[in-house]
Design a protein around this ligand. Sequence first.
Ligand SMILES: Nc1ncnc2c1ncn2[C@@H]1O[C@H](COP(=O)(O)OP(=O)(O)OP(=O)(O)O)[C@@H](O)[C@H]1O
Length: 606
Amino acid sequence: MAVAAMKLSEKQQEVLDTEGHLLVIGGPGAGKTTISILKAAKIAAALRPGQEVLFLSFARATISRVIEVIENEHAIPKPIKSRINVETYHSFFWRLLKTHGYLLGLPKPLTILTPSNEAIALSAIRGEYKADGKLSAQEKAERKVREQAERLRQAKDEGRVCFRLFAYHVAELLERSKRLRQLIAVRYPVIILDEFQDTNADQWRVVQQLGRECTVIALADPEQRIYDWIGADPARLDQFRATFTHKNVVLKGENHRNAGTDILLFGNEILTGNFSKKEYAGVELRTYSANENEARTALITQTYAARKRLVDSKKKNWSLVILVPTKKMTRAVSDVFRQPLAKMPPIRHSAAIDLDAAILGAEIVSFLMQPPSLLHLDGVIDLLCNYFHGKGGDSPAKADLQQAASIRKAFALYADKKAAGRPLPLNSLMVPLLQTYEQLKQIPLTGDPDHDWRAVRKAMESAPCARFKGVATEVKNIRLLERGTQLRQELSQDWRTFGRYENALRITRQAFVREHFATQAKPEAGVIVMNMHKAKGKQFDEVIIFEGWPRYVKKKIVANPDRIVRANLKDNIDDQARQNLRVSVTRGRQRTMILTPQGDPCVILV
Ligand SMILES: Nc1ncnc2c1ncn2[C@@H]1O[C@H](COP(=O)(O)OP(=O)(O)OP(=O)(O)O)[C@@H](O)[C@H]1O
């Protein structure tokens, strides 16, 4: 609905009319984001030139939804819209650090240590420990301390700052410099903090400092807190109350997202486990037989049906999201949609999968596009090892770290043998690797980046070396040259200037850093697959929550991965699991379906 036609609730009006620090509390769809934008517009209209309202959010996708609200609100004139600056916490912190980090003794210039490169930097430490499940609490704590020390060292010595240090350093800066706090307040007299319940300790330190000079407006739902695992704290709202003289407004009982359905009622009852109704309008619980084929068929059939409903509704930019409990499953569902079972047509979709492997793979492709005179085997070996060190992101697989070690070892042996004029052992992994490297160097390039990129990737796919094949498969996950045209343009420009891709690797790396900060222009539409954790702050016309199924041997469950509650055991139900499911369920505007295995349905719901 266009916000222009919107009648504000009494409490929303109160938000609009209140001055000073503000804590706005409301459940899913209560209209927190909406009213905060209207309030931002009201404040912006009275600002002095050069001043803006700053709206801070966690995810880029939330930002696009916020921007959409602003765009729909025809009552907000353009010059006023342009005075509302919507930004992620990360990107705001980075701006501060880049300019003022030297005050903390950080080198200048600073660069971002992207998540994949952070994983590479930490892989040596991580490689020394067993898998998470096999570590004692003490070992985990020790590893955490060592990882943090390495992150700090990377920042201080190398000038490479990873995302999770942004708030840490900015907090330090603002705690020390009143002048900087004042500068920020002059530019941003009012700062809106979205999803405040999910701020971690360092972010809270930053907010405390900002609130000394600026007016802060925190939007929160204490029961949508899903970031405990990265530092959110149930005490946060009370800390806000104790720190700031503020007005508290509760948008109680309001639901503008899925009004007319029982979706919110069902979501709220998930928190207590007391279900008051047999049927909930707009909510459907379905089971599938607990095996791979049945699971896939159920998901695909339900997705076809939901898509048909939405297409038939003729709604513009309809959205259907499939929410799954794990990253692994996001990928699995995306693969199934691409190649469903026999004769079933594929489902066009976008998937929010982790791109660490694809990004590091892209570095290899771009390196191989560089002219042979700039290519060297050491460089390829380094990038391949980086790929294996970083492809698992925060949780690298032992096997991948070992791959990297084997490549290093085989390369050292190759160098020794070569120096001694001796042949390589025939079974060395360097044999197919060298063959592939030679083949890749021979690929004729044309100056059309899209074409050339594909040529290198295709050649990798059919290469003798299995490691390169793996890289090619991962790289398929990003359509690098389709996203915006900047990378493409820069590569073309590089070719025009030098008659070859002189700087392909550097250009590609920069493109990914940029990508981390880019704001999606539009909220997601069509069929989307994502991890439940990523659904926060978003809304979709229909939601399908699809969880994994137990594996049986002789009728006993031997494994039960990818469940909403870990292993689907009653003992593992906690607030996090309940809140996470509630957030997912309440994302649907019209309809939410939960697909769960027969015989062992989600324990929260039984
Ligand atoms: N007063 C209102 N009248 C009609 N529709 C409204 C009103 N306020 C908000 N809406 C609409 O309701 C939907 C949900 O609002 P909004 O996204 O602001 O809620 P929220 O509290 O931020 O939700 P969440 O915490 O679940 O992200 C949006 O589509 C918005 O346009």
